[in-house]
Design a protein around this ligand. Structure first.
Ligand code: ATP
Ligand code: BTN
Length: 271
């Protein structure tokens, strides 16, 4: 991992956009790696500078989504980075809801850059115009003394047609939504600025304060949905929103059920 002096990023532009939040992050860069999440997950805990380490890669050769799915990108097409941060919490269970909080921060950041309306799809998708603009992959680690999260974020800047055609679901990018893609330094800084205070609030108060803001962006709120485990339908019902721990609330004939993110997927009924 290199510091920013050797990177292809404009470090001055990035630091200016980060303003006082610069001190919240130790910023690192790699020209290429398999997955920024994997690199940060494998770092030995004591090697980390506080409070959070950010790793941006110009290109990932094995970018990952959930359940072993691929996150596709290529140089210039997307922003791919991860943030590793320790959390003062007694157990990993306290971090349920983290990917939703991160989604909110990404949504606020992208709207701040001019995107009209960002929607969130439980638990980890960032959407605009019903298409996937970005994704969040949270992975957790712990030792006897520490609990940490690696928060991976992928945001499409300008997808070439050939790459768009490879993605097996509707996708979009900032270039299509804004007319041209903002510099990646601006997108990275905007997300990091929104993220730092939300992570601090989440650490102290949990997901509860974020329930309302998340609900307002819920693309499936008030709609019939199904919960899948691979091809298998686990549950069907009306999407009521999210609970104070980030679980999805579904109503069916037998009552209201809480669905924990785990490895399940949410789809519109009939999709
Ligand atoms: P889930 O509802 O379970 O989150 P998902 O289809 O969103 O399902 P994820 O694991 O969250 O799955 O994300 C990976 C998926 O995202 C890939 O299977 C692919 O369909 C899509 N994808 C991959 N690269 C991109 C990209 N650059 N932009 C948009 N979508 C992408
Ligand atoms: C998803 O939608 O399933 C999550 C996609 C997350 C992609 C980002 S790109 C940076 C980080 N490194 C990875 O391998 N994945 C995340």
């Amino acid at each position: 991992m290199h510091d920013l002096t050797s990177s292809t990023l404009d470090a001055a532009r990035l630091n200016e956009a980060l303003g006082s939040w610069t001190s919240a992050y130790d910023l690192r860069w790699l020209p290429a790696c398999g997955s920024t999440n994997s690199v940060l997950m494998e770092l030995p805990q004591p090697a980390l500078a506080a409070p959070a380490t950010v790793l941006l890669a110009d290109v990932q050769t094995a970018g990952r989504g959930r359940r072993g799915r691929a996150w596709l990108s290529q140089p210039g097409a997307g922003l791919t980075f991860s943030v590793r941060r320790s959390f003062d919490t007694p157990s990993l269970a306290g971090l349920a809801g983290l990917s939703l909080v991160v989604g909110l921060a990404v949504a606020e950041a992208l709207e701040g850059l001019g995107v009209a309306k960002i929607g969130l799809k439980w638990p980890n998708d960032v959407e605009a115009d019903g298409r996937k603009l970005g994704g969040v992959l949270v992975e957790l680690g712990s030792t006897r003394d520490a609990v940490w999260a690696v928060i991976g974020i992928g945001i499409n800047l300008a997808l070439p047609a050939a790459l768009l055609a490879e993605i097996d679901a509707p996708a979009t990018d900032l270039a299509s939504l804004l007319g041209s893609a903002p510099p990646r330094e601006a997108v990275l800084a905007a997300v990091l600025v929104e993220l730092a205070p939300r992570l601090a609030e989440f650490e102290h108060k949990g997901f509860a304060p974020f329930t309302g803001p998340w609900q307002r962006r819920n693309v499936h709120g008030g709609r019939e949905v199904r919960i899948l485990d691979g091809p298998q339908v686990l549950q069907e019902g009306l999407c009521l929103g999210v609970a104070s721990d980030g679980a999805l609330l579904l109503q069916d004939a037998s009552g209201v059920h809480a669905v924990i993110a785990g490895d399940v997927s949410l789809r519109a009924a009939g999709a």
